[in-house]
Write a protein that binds this ligand. Structure first.
Ligand SMILES: C[S@@+](CC[C@H](N)C(=O)[O-])C[C@H]1O[C@@H](n2cnc3c(N)ncnc32)[C@H](O)[C@@H]1O
Length: 520
């Protein structure tokens, strides 16, 4: 029988070995964490990135109109736990567009993609989509472990983020990261506050060199321990716990201690001028924190917890800051936090927040998108085109629909086909390469091929080659386009390469015979 072994017994949650395992997982997996394991679409699409960009640009404009000298210093935007970098790419693109459109090219903005693992930083540094922004000095990188208080040094410029270098407020993005770093857990029963201590166990078969292999096979048990004096020795934090003791009737809740410590550090570095935008799963009202069972941990390659946004909001409010928590809806929550200033003083920021956090937010976008994607096979091309426009021409969505679009092209109206065709370059611009994923450039080529725009198809097949490598489909389709464009010499070459890649291809062989014969 597979014995269950206890790995650790009754520890404070933030000191549990689980957090080390979490970091080991991300460090080892690097970019592969996002290949069918850690969910990330909801925080890595053009829709969410575009509104983060708009809120940030509005915030910068508000700040400059109140502090004109701010123009003379860079604005830093720090992304925490960046992950795949796809979100960053879309934000960079949008901020760049907005700066130009709004005549803000003299404002210096430096976007810092940070993560605790070098493996991720290396991936961003060599990514072709980021090359332009790196050359412009618009993006930099930093190794930043939110659980460790250490200087944050930008890898390319060597600037150290500090009260001296951060003259303007530090804008910070934190998506799916507050749910990933350490938490403490508590319980309130009949007006008494308890800490929840954790035991972790796993079947013996899940151990290799005494370490668990698969985190989803871990079991967690809790034990309560009454808290009689101050828990954190920090009035800012202990007051929040006290509020929960007084107001929750009977519940268990999490306290995002790792995130709050990182926020404290960022407040210090930025002279208490911090703005945070965060999207994560979590709780934002006191009511939603009441009557909860023991915290549940969801395992998906890594693991994640529900973020107590309510506690983070109180942490800001209690120290003279402000926050905006959207009216709760199912799904991911987007929140804004400000230190030492009030949202009411930031007119443009407030408008953007109303539009994108209270209005159609990341959660609403995802709900609508999911409903539409459930019915992809019933949609006509007109609806598909409208949906693609709504997504901001998202390659991830197009790739799910590519086969259907190619089929529908034959039976659809010209207006819709032209609408799609004239926006294909936007899809192409949104391409952010990830390993083991399909290539949008190839699919765009197939679209143009299907509507017989062979020149466009040819160009996209050629562009796709850089990402898909030597593939039968690329050479065969290139050859078809070249043949249609009257370039039989190159067509013959490509049919021959295609045949070399797949010697069993009858079609390629027939084409070669046909072209060679017609040359005789
Ligand atoms: C769940 S992923 C989220 C990635 C991305 N923000 C997104 O929305 O898809 C968590 C990311 O945080 C990084 N990470 C984990 N622990 C961290 C820590 N202590 N400090 C900084 N980054 C951390 C991981 O390497 C990973 O890239």
């Amino acid at each position: 029988m597979d014995r269950k072994l206890i790995i650790e017994q009754y520890k404070r949650f933030s000191e549990s070995c689980l957090w080390r395992m979490q970091r080991d997982y991300f460090d080892k997996a690097g970019i592969d964490a996002w290949v069918n394991q850690v969910p990330f679409y909801i925080t890595s699409n053009p829709y969410i990135a575009n509104f983060y960009a708009e809120i940030s640009i509005n915030f910068i404009s508000d700040w400059i109109s109140k502090h004109p000298e701010a123009k003379n210093h860079p604005f830093y935007i720090l992304e925490l736990g960046t992950g795949s970098g796809r979100f960053s790419y879309y934000v960079l693109k949008r901020i760049h567009e907005l700066k130009t459109a709004l005549g803000m090219t003299d404002i210096s903005i430096c976007y810092v993609m940070s993560d605790f693992t070098k493996n991720n930083i290396r991936y961003y540094e060599s990514h072709s989509a980021l090359k332009f922004f790196i050359e412009q000095g618009f993006v930099d990188f930093a190794l930043f472990d939110m659980e460790v208080e250490k200087p944050i040094t930008l890898i390319h410029s060597n600037v150290v983020l500090s009260p001296e270098t951060l003259v303007n407020p530090l804008i910070t993005f934190a998506n799916y990261i507050f749910d990933t770093v350490s938490h403490d857990a508590f319980s309130v029963k009949q007006g008494k506050l308890y800490e929840l201590l954790l035991s972790v166990s796993t079947p013996e078969s899940n151990l290799e060199n005494n370490k668990p292999v698969d985190m989803s096979q871990l079991s967690i048990d809790f034990k309560t321990n009454e808290i009689k004096k101050s828990y954190y020795n920090d009035p800012d934090l202990d007051n929040i716990l006290e509020q929960y003791r007084n107001s929750l009737s009977d519940s268990n809740f999490l306290f995002p201690i790792g995130s709050i410590r990182a926020i404290k550090l960022l407040k210090k570095l930025s002279n208490n001028k911090l703005m945070i935008l965060s999207s994560d799963k979590g709780y934002s009202t006191l009511q939603s924190l009441d009557r909860l069972g023991y915290p549940s941990i969801s395992f998906h390659g890594s693991f994640s917890m529900m973020v107590n946004f309510h506690a983070i909001a109180n942490y800001f409010k209690n120290s003279g800051g402000d926050y905006f928590l959207q009216t709760p809806r199912k799904g991911i929550k987007t929140s804004l936090f400000l230190s030492n200033t009030q949202l009411d003083n930031l007119t443009l920021t407030k408008l953007a927040v109303e539009k994108y956090i209270e209005g159609v937010s990341a959660a609403d976008y995802f709900t609508l998108h999911r409903r539409v994607s459930d019915s992809f096979n019933e949609l006509n091309l007109e609806t598909i085109a409208a949906h693609l426009n709504f997504t901001g021409w998202d390659p991830h969505i197009y790739l799910k629909l590519a086969n259907r679009i190619t089929k529908l092209v034959e039976v659809s109206d010209l207006d819709t086909i032209n609408f799609l065709a004239s926006n294909m370059h936007k899809l192409a611009k949104n391409y952010y390469y990830m390993p083991k994923s399909d290539c949008i450039l190839f699919e765009i080529a197939v679209f143009f091929h299907a509507i017989k725009r062979f020149d466009d198809a040819l160009n996209y097949y050629l562009e796709a080659q850089e990402f898909v490598g030597e593939q039968f489909g690329v050479h065969y389709n290139l050859a078809l386009c070249q043949h249609n464009l009257g370039n039989t010499v190159d067509a013959l070459d490509n049919f021959k390469i295609a045949l070399r890649i797949d010697p069993n291809s009858k079609e390629a062989q027939e084409w070669i015979t046909y072209i060679e014969k017609s040359k005789e």
